[in-house]
Design a binder for this molecule. Structure first.
Ligand SMILES: [Zn+2]
Length: 152
């Protein structure tokens, strides 16, 4: 289980190696994404709180990267944070997510990205529920839900 200490270590000293890499140009991403998905996932945008399609979805399944379809989170680790964005306490796999320090808007935050294609997902904060204490705050537009993968 990852904790804030692991997250800081990844952000400062380097991220875990992904299983594979997917790299495309912006023009190629624009062909496969909607304008809104492109704005959030490739241009580091943020959807307005409470507007994301996946905020109020509690169906069992996997949350995959909207760009490269890599599984990122599982419905069993989703929780209601009332932040207005889908929130998770852990990634589906330790090397699914890439972490980077983000100092925009005069704040020090940790940006979370897909470790396979660098899609912007959102941020992770150290104020989540125990035992991990992590809150991955993720844009709905950065993910697609795959309900064919249910936990048994
Ligand atoms: Zn991806």
């Amino acid at each position: 289980m990852l904790t804030w200490k692991n997250v800081m270590d990844f952000a400062v000293n380097g991220n875990p190696k992904p299983d594979k890499r997917v790299e495309k140009t912006d023009a190629e991403w624009r062909e496969v994404l909607t304008p809104e998905q492109f704005k959030i996932a490739r241009a580091k945008g943020t959807e307005a709180p409470g507007t994301g399609a996946l905020c109020s979805v509690y169906e069992e399944g996997q949350y995959n990267c909207v760009c490269c379809n890599t599984p990122l989170f599982d419905s069993s680790i989703k929780f209601e944070s009332s932040s207005g964005w889908p929130s998770f306490t852990q990634p589906i796999k330790e090397n699914a997510i890439k972490y980077e320090k983000d100092t925009t808007f005069g704040m020090v935050r940790v940006e979370v990205m897909c470790n396979v294609c660098d899609a912007h997902l959102g941020h992770v904060f150290p104020d989540g529920p125990q035992p991990s204490g992590l809150r991955y705050c993720v844009n709905s537009e950065s993910m697609t839900m795959d309900t064919s993968h249910k936990e048994v």
